[in-house]
Write a protein that binds this ligand. Structure first.
Ligand SMILES: *Cc1c(COP(=O)(O)O)cnc(C)c1O
Length: 356
């Protein structure tokens, strides 16, 4: 830290992303990326001509992409907002709506806490129930911003659509942000409810189910007045925040929906395989509707398993937060990767037995 940094940022604890090693080839099951490459349509769309056009600024309105998203989700373009990853949209939502405070669960996406701190927002943190489900009754009658990841991270547990609707209805004085980063892996989207409720903001991303994490593309669906607020903030920070190539890639992605749906189906199948195999090894595995599982074992600590798997070339995500420190979050990859994971876990448990 320099001696010049504004005092308000001196205590800010920044978000720590999962490891992104650039050297050794790991089986990378730590940041919930897709194991599948983008569609051939995306690969063909990024051509010489598009690269040549990089000399020109991009369309700040992302008109083509917005129209296609509106069509895909059966809403109007005025109900769609696009930004540089959904993290960007979360940031804007905290700026726009959290003056009277923000409310979110204790165990959830770690960035909510960081945005709250960044913008000097008061947070009310609601503990998950013992079984790691969201205590939705504790979220009623809030003001400011209510943030729920559905499915939640890193648990993978999802609320039903009628439970989400209840949450929206019971918070007429707050904006209810539903972060649907993982919804394509078996959750129910609240997108359609944006027609009915003017306090609902649904966020999604191309990073997980649409194999575009490195492209940085997120979108929101909401009442047009909420979208206008977000546009105001985007145009006051960086109107060109989605680069040309990502806009082209995003559009091509939406033109090959079946490819991505098939990939999601494979992930769901591989998730089932992974859960069953881990349970055979006496792991407790939460019921996930996301592209990861959250699991713990009485035979090995969360930290130990993370370290030993890394030594064997498999990266998973371990969190030090006390309530979940015995767990690990394991991204679902290809079936080959998951078989490799299971075989390494067996090796590690076997080695532990020999030593004890
Ligand atoms: C991955 C993730 C995001 C961020 O997605 P980007 O679009 O890559 O910024 C947002 N929310 C949750 C819960 C996530 O897991």
């Amino acid at each position: 830290m320099s001696r010049f940094l504004s005092e308000k940022f001196s205590d800010l604890e920044e978000y720590v992303p999962g490891e992104q090693p650039q050297d050794i080839k790991y089986i990378k099951l730590n940041t919930n990326e897709s194991p599948f490459e983008p569609s051939q349509k995306v690969i063909e769309a990024i051509n010489r001509e598009e690269i040549s056009d990089l000399r020109l600024y991009c369309d700040p309105d992302c008109k083509k992409l917005k129209a296609k998203l509106a069509e895909t989700y059966s809403v109007k373009p005025e109900n769609v907002f696009l930004s540089n990853g959904s993290d960007d949209i979360l940031n804007f939502a905290f700026m726009a709506y959290a003056e009277k405070g923000a409310v979110y669960p204790d165990i959830t996406y770690g960035f909510y806490q960081v945005f709250a701190q960044l913008h000097g927002v008061n947070s009310r943190i609601v503990p998950l129930k013992k079984d790691f489900t969201i205590d939705k009754d504790a979220f009623k009658g809030q003001t400011g911003l209510v943030v729920i990841a559905n499915p939640n991270a890193p648990t993978g547990i999802a609320l039903k659509l009628d439970e989400i609707e209840e949450l929206i209805k019971s918070n007429p004085k707050a904006v209810v942000l539903i972060d649907e980063a993982y919804v394509d892996f078996g959750g129910e989207s609240a997108c359609r409810l944006t027609e009915k409720y003017d306090n609902l903001l649904v966020c999604q991303t191309f990073s997980k189910s649409r194999s575009l994490a490195g492209g940085r593309l997120g979108f929101a669906i909401a009442h047009k007045d909420i979208i206008a607020d977000l546009e105001k903030i985007k145009y006051s920070t960086n109107p060109y925040n989605i680069n040309r190539l990502t806009q082209v890639a995003g559009l091509a992605t939406l033109c090959d929906d079946d490819y991505y749906k098939e990939n999601c189906r494979k992930i769901i199948e591989n998730r089932k395989f992974t859960k069953i195999e881990l349970e055979k090894l006496d792991f407790e595995v939460l019921d996930s509707k996301a592209n990861f599982v959250f699991a713990k074992s009485d035979k090995i600590s969360g930290q130990d398993l993370y370290i030993k798997l890394k030594e064997k070339g498999v990266l998973i995500r371990h969190f030090t937060n006390e309530r979940i420190s015995e767990y690990n979050r394991i991204t679902i990859g290809t079936i080959k990767q998951m078989k490799e994971l299971i075989s390494k876990v067996k090796e590690i448990l076997g080695e532990k037995n020999e030593n004890s």
